[in-house]
Design a protein around this ligand. Structure first.
Ligand code: ZN
Length: 529
């Protein structure tokens, strides 16, 4: 039998049941400009860090140094006027995004207003600040093109992120990040089309013609060209064959739970999508694709092409089980599923479970797999751990106080990883771990422990030493998911992509977990202010 049958999110507490489950199936490398020793590895088709990359990184550092000096000058002039809070804010702009936890800053949704010609004395800093940031953004953008030409798409994309951060109205950077300008707003091309058709996004009902809003809010629904009561609509859509369909920029969510729940799921998936594509830009953009984007040629999503990712969300587990039983006999032990054969991610409303973690886990499988329209087996013979490891890692996506983050070490999967290693002393050395293909991994009697280790290792590869291995990991994934059977079969190991031996990885991982545990402990012992 060839091919993944399905991907599931392994429930955390059903080890025995799971044993029965067979045959399933911003800176770094980029380099924090300040951290001179770090290198980009992988992310490209190269085996080692070239002299060219080192040269580009040093250009990056030079630009950064000048930017910091310019900001400092403006901050000092603020301090001379006793504007200490402003000075601090200005200096903070020099801290590159994503250095600590993998926090993802949101870009402003509207165009910045122009700075008035005459400013009061204590706001004079605004003009040189904007000029300095725009100049830095312009330089970084030019550098990003050189980086791309040299063959480092992931690094180039990260530079583009920084361009948009420093100059949120940089048109080319916004376009590369999937946004276009409409009036004074920055929106996705999909949203721009909807707005032009006089639709508005309603946070409970999704995209609606503007003229429908008040009637929807008054308990009416428009169905089959007539207005009916919300109650009647609920009755109709209770049957999954007449499910509500919620279409957003990248998703089509079908549900018989409720319209509001469907909209919530679709909105969560859209937020996740944005972060996912920023994180794995190197996976989705080959050098040629990025080149096209840099040159201003439109992407598929801009031209309205591209099929949405499909998600079915059932009102109850019983229905999920019943409907999917024919596809997957072991459906009852899953709590979410991505089924590559029909390319649909399946979920159900679970009042007790962590719905969003399941959602993000399966969405990860879906986004990686559907990077191509070609069906293909993934990591069947070896390296399967990372397919699950990265999905478990992405479960940690969260939005707290408006801040998006990934990889919080307190997330349950990472806690479990530390526990297995530091308390249980359970660890399968990297060489042996990577030798496992899909079947061996999914049928191992240690599957639960291996999921924890896979989660911990994925975290390590994403964050160790400021993200030193992140690009190599992305390259590894793109070879495993390649549409070219030869490339898939010959997918390079992390060791050959980084030049770091498996034994070194083993040691680094152990130290990484111990340091993480110690730092969390210090943190929790810190007296609260
Ligand atoms: Zn999975």
């Amino acid at each position: 039998m060839i091919g993944l049958k399905f991907y599931l999110r392994r429930p955390r507490r059903c080890r025995l049941l799971f044993r029965r489950l067979l045959s399933v199936g911003l800176l770094v490398c980029v380099v924090l400009p300040a951290s001179s020793g770090r290198t980009a590895v992988g992310g490209t088709r190269r085996r080692s860090v070239s002299g060219r990359l080192v040269g580009l990184q040093s250009q990056h550092r030079r630009l950064y140094k000048r930017f910091v000096a310019d900001l400092d000058k403006i901050a000092r002039s603020c301090e001379q006027k006793n504007l200490t809070a402003e000075a601090e804010r200005i200096r903070r702009l020099a801290v590159p995004a994503g250095t600590d936890l993998f926090t993802i800053e949101e870009l402003p949704k509207t165009v910045q207003p122009p700075i008035p010609v005459s400013l009061p004395e204590d706001e004079m800093w605004r003009r040189p600040l904007r000029y300095t940031r725009q100049r830095y953004a312009k330089d970084l953008y030019l550098l990003s093109r050189r980086v791309l030409h040299a063959g480092y798409p992931s690094y180039a994309y990260k530079l583009v992120r920084e361009v948009a951060r420093q100059d949120p109205d940089h048109k080319s950077a916004r376009r590369l990040l999937g946004q276009v300008r409409l009036g004074n707003a920055w929106v996705t091309p999909f949203a721009a089309r909807m707005i032009r058709r006089n639709y508005v996004w309603h946070e409970r009902y999704g995209w609606l013609p503007k003229s429908y809003i008040s009637r929807y809010e008054n308990g009416e629904r428009f169905e089959n060209r007539r207005w009916i009561s919300a109650e009647k609509a609920r009755e109709i859509h209770r049957d999954f064959d007449n499910a509500w369909q919620i279409r957003t920029a990248h998703y089509l969510v079908k549900t018989n739970d409720s319209l509001e729940q469907g909209v919530k799921i679709a909105a969560a998936l859209e937020r996740f999508y944005g972060v996912f594509f920023q994180t794995f830009a190197g996976f989705f953009h080959t050098r040629e694709q990025l080149q096209r984007l840099f040159e201003g040629r439109k992407s598929r999503s801009e031209t309205g092409g591209g099929r949405p990712y499909r998600v079915n969300y059932y009102r109850q587990r019983e229905e999920y089980n019943r409907r999917l039983q024919k596809k997957i006999s072991q459906i009852a032990i899953t709590n979410g599923l991505y089924y590559p054969r029909d390319r649909i991610a399946y979920f159900f409303h679970d009042p007790k479970g962590n719905n969003t973690a399941t959602l993000y886990h399966e969405a990860t499988h879906q986004l990686f797999y559907e990077s191509s329209s070609r069906n293909r087996p993934i990591a069947e013979r070896r390296n399967f751990w990372i397919v699950e490891g990265i999905a478990c890692y992405m479960e940690s996506f969260q939005i707290e106080n408006g801040k998006r983050s990934l990889g919080d070490p307190r997330y349950i999967r990472f806690r479990a990883a530390r526990y297995r290693y530091l308390v249980d002393h359970y660890y399968v050395p990297m060489k042996r771990f990577s030798a496992m293909g899909l079947h061996e991994f999914q049928t191992s009697e240690n599957i639960s422990k291996n999921y924890s280790q896979a989660s911990g290792l994925a975290h390590f590869l994403m964050h160790y030493d400021g993200g030193r291995y992140r690009d190599a990991l992305i390259e590894h994934l793109s070879e495993l998911y390649s549409t070219n059977p030869q490339e898939r079969a010959a997918a390079r190991s992390l060791s050959s992509l980084t030049g770091v031996t498996n034994a070194e990885f083993d040691q680094q991982y152990g130290r990484y977990l111990a340091d993480q545990q110690a730092s969390l402990k210090r943190h929790s012992n810190r007296p609260s202010p």
